[in-house]
Design a protein. Structure first.
Length: 297
């Protein structure tokens, strides 16, 4: 991810670095090239516009032009702008502040990596945070999805709710809540039914499950390789579900990175984790500084 953007920005900065003096026109040209690079990386247009307007305001002032190393200042302004666009310096913590069982609701389109990510999160919470985790699949339409979660649970030694045929998603949710309470689980991860599109009936079902289970975190899992489609999906889900954050998968792929870069600004939601591979431990806490560093590094 971000290779092309990294290369483009390196070229832009190479052209201005080493020159003792920069005119306002030089800075303006560089920022225009940054704009094109961001658009080519598939960042949403309004996000790019805001970014450039803000950067231009800060970069074309006397302070930058007259500084000893103006190019460094421009690079710093772009870095700061990227960090801001990605949600700020401090990663938004994963919220487990509720009386147990703390419910985490996972939503997303089919194939986004939702079930794998549920297991990745369960592994992280049980290993790193030492939480006792229960996972339950609510995908009554796809028995294979339920079995997939059970298999992943066995692999990572995290409990899954026993599968009972013929129950509705709401019934499974109630059973999961009761089991988690009675058996003293700290966290309950609910893996909702995957959708092929933003489907109204399934969305209503997910909203009902959210109102019954009162999740502390409601996370949308989206495939970062789908670019602006992922951003549109997140917006549509957010209109129906009280999302608290996003997890973007396939950050290890060779996408342009536009979804990762646009998500926060377009939806207002923090990206909490990045999926970085097929392996079950490939889940990284989203850190805006690290991502901005990788883009400019
Ligand atoms: P779901 O239909 O949304 O539940 O998707 P799955 O969890 O079944 O994932 C679909 C495929 O994507 C599986 O082969 C996963 O191994 C793969 N996958 C999930 N997350 C990632 C990721 O972050 N990186 C890569 N490379 N593959 C992923």
């Amino acid at each position: 991810m971000f290779e092309a953007l990294n290369e483009r920005l390196s070229d832009v900065f190479d052209r201005i670095t080493g020159r003792g003096v920069l005119t306002e026109a030089d800075v303006d040209t560089a920022l225009r090239e940054v704009r094109v690079a961001l658009l080519e990386a598939d960042v949403a247009l309004p996000v790019v516009k805001d970014f450039i307007a803000h950067a231009r305001e800060r970069a074309t002032g006397e302070e930058v032009i007259r500084s000893v190393k103006p190019a460094d200042q421009v690079i710093k302004i772009v870095y700061d702008g990227l960090v801001e666009m990605l949600g700020g310096e401090e990663p938004v913590p994963f919220n487990l502040n509720a009386s147990p069982p703390v419910v985490v609701l996972m939503a997303g389109l089919q194939g986004s990596g939702k079930t794998t990510t549920s297991a990745k999160l369960a592994l992280r919470l049980s290993k790193t945070e030492r939480k006792k985790v229960l996972m339950a699949s609510l995908d009554t339409r796809r028995p294979a999805a339920m079995e997939q979660l059970a298999t992943l649970g066995q692999q990572i030694e995290v409990a899954t709710l026993p599968i009972v045929q013929g129950q509705s998603a709401v019934e499974i949710t109630r059973r999961a809540l009761q089991s988690a309470k009675l058996q003293g689980f700290d966290v309950l991860i609910l893996d909702t039914a995957g959708r092929t599109t933003v489907d109204e009936a399934l969305m209503a079902e997910a909203a009902e499950i959210a109102s019954i289970s009162r999740p502390t975190e409601t996370l949308l899992v989206a495939d970062s390789l789908t670019g602006q489609d992922a951003v549109r999906t997140a917006k549509a889900f957010h209109e129906r579900l009280p999302l608290t954050g996003l997890i973007l998968t396939r950050a290890d792929g060779d996408g342009r990175g536009g979804a990762i870069l646009s998500m926060r600004s377009v939806t207002g939601l923090p990206v909490k984790f990045l999926g970085s591979g097929e392996k079950i431990d490939a889940l990284d806490v989203f850190d805006a500084r690290r991502v901005a560093g990788r883009i400019l590094g």
